[in-house]
Design a protein around this ligand. Structure first.
Ligand SMILES: [Zn+2]
Length: 437
């Protein structure tokens, strides 16, 4: 096992409230020491002056597409994309083919991730069989499996049947597992192409009202209070949902929430060109919604930045707006958008961004080995240049797909090195195809 000495970086660790210029010594897979002028005899030196050294990022919301659509993404390509983006753990959504609603699928995905060894691939199990919202999936088996599933969701669909939602929450309490909701009232959202408002009216596209998200969020909060179940709201996109979470949290509900980079970076004005790359679900929202999401991230109401990384084949995304599937890539641009749109824009500072991308999502998933640089803990580390400017180029992404709406956009903040369990997975911004030992 190799040793590494990261020299003279700004070490930011929200878990231990550390923020200082120091060296980090990685040995035997763990953080061996943090301090000034460390001597690592035999360790490989990395000059980290001017760079930030932080716990690796944890993505709560990744679509891997494997099994089923390996032409769009595989566990291998998503792992590489994650490492390139500074991630050391990702959580795979269950809407694959077959759906991850049994322990055998969950264990396969988890084990393949382990074998690749670029990032900890955690798995979210389905709430219902086939994501149909009617019959409970094998929740107990998945929770007890080798994959140790702690989060369950029918992401891609909101659970429409309130009684099913209640019964499932009651069942999840026994495992202290998380009920994660894609908040969308299907009847209200039916046929919608973008956010409902002045812009949808001007563009002549059918709208999805904010209420389609907020009604289900309010229902789930009520049911979480009733059952005592942990509730996580996926991709919060409206001002109303942020306010619901704020109030529920103040009342002591066990509720967490995430927001995506695209929902704090882009508004529904981006739809003016009818570019299918801007189509996403929940849709890009109004200026007021984006401002509210940013406030929610800055004041801690929203716990995590999650990518909703959703690869799509070119031939599917590149068709008339109404027919294109919703979703965009996220893993390789999330940190830079966070720095550009949140930190450089003055909404929050770097330690808060790292908390949102690493420490708090790690705690939500219960990943003890992630989200912290505590000495003695697993060395899951990202080193990034917080001021480097670069231009997003879809063709140079690790992902198998190309559907980023940020191609050609200049952003600030670049991942230099990523370490997963003490081994470099990215060095000098290049993904190592075979992890160095
Ligand atoms: Zn979703």
């Amino acid at each position: 096992m190799s040793e590494w000495l990261l020299k003279g970086g700004r070490v930011i660790d929200p878990a231990t409230e550390r923020d200082e210029i120091a060296d980090v010594h990685i040995a035997d897979g763990v953080i061996a020491a943090i301090g000034k002028s460390l001597q690592g005899v035999g360790a490989e030196l990395i000059d980290a002056q001017g760079a930030v050294i932080a716990p690796g990022f944890v993505d709560l919301h990744t679509h891997l597409r494997e099994p089923g659509r390996e032409d769009e993404e595989t566990i291998a390509s998503a792992s590489a994309a994650a490492a390139a983006g500074g991630y050391t753990a990702i959580c795979a959504m269950p809407n694959t083919d077959p759906v991850c609603d049994t322990s055998s699928v969950a264990e396969k995905v988890w084990a393949l991730g382990r074998e690749l060894g670029l990032v900890d691939v955690r798995v979210a199990g389905a709430l219902s069989r086939g994501l149909e919202g009617a019959v409970m999936a094998d929740i107990g088996e998945m929770a007890r499996s080798a994959a140790r599933v702690t989060m369950f969701t029918d992401d891609g669909h909101g659970v429409q049947d309130s009684l099913f939602a209640r019964r499932t929450m009651e069942y999840l309490v026994a495992f202290d597992a998380i009920y994660a909701e894609h908040c969308e009232d299907a009847a209200l959202a039916a046929g919608g192409q973008m956010n409902e408002g002045d812009r949808s009216a001007a563009l002549g596209l059918r709208g999805i009202p904010a209420e389609a998200e907020e009604l289900m969020a309010a229902r789930d909060i009520a049911l979480a209070k009733l059952t005592g179940c942990r509730l996580h709201l996926l991709h919060i996109s409206t001002a109303g949902t942020v306010e619901l979470v704020r109030r529920a949290r103040a009342e002591g509900a066990r509720i967490t929430g995430e927001a995506t980079p695209h929902h704090f970076t882009l508004t529904d004005a981006a739809l003016e060109t009818y570019d299918p790359l801007m189509k996403v679900n929940p849709p890009l929202r109004s200026d007021d919604d984006v401002a509210a999401v940013i406030r929610g991230l800055a004041d801690g109401t929203i716990d995590a930045i999650a990518t909703d990384h959703a690869p799509h084949a070119v031939e599917e995304k590149d068709q008339e707006f109404g027919y294109a599937p919703p979703g965009m890539l996220g893993l390789e641009t999330a940190m830079a958008l966070g720095i550009t749109e949140l930190v450089a824009a003055g909404h929050l500072d770097l330690p808060v961004l790292i908390e949102l991308m690493s420490t708090r999502p790690a705690r939500i998933l219960g990943l003890d080995a992630q989200g912290s640089l505590e000495v003695g803990s697993a060395a899951n580390v990202v080193v990034f240049d917080p001021v480097a400017r670069w231009t997003v180029d879809a063709s140079s992404l690790q992902s198998k797909s190309r559907n980023t709406p940020f191609h050609g956009r200049e952003v600030t903040g670049r991942v230099m090195h990523t370490f997963f369990e003490g081994r470099p997975t990215v060095l000098d911004s290049k993904v190592l195809s075979e992890a160095t030992t």
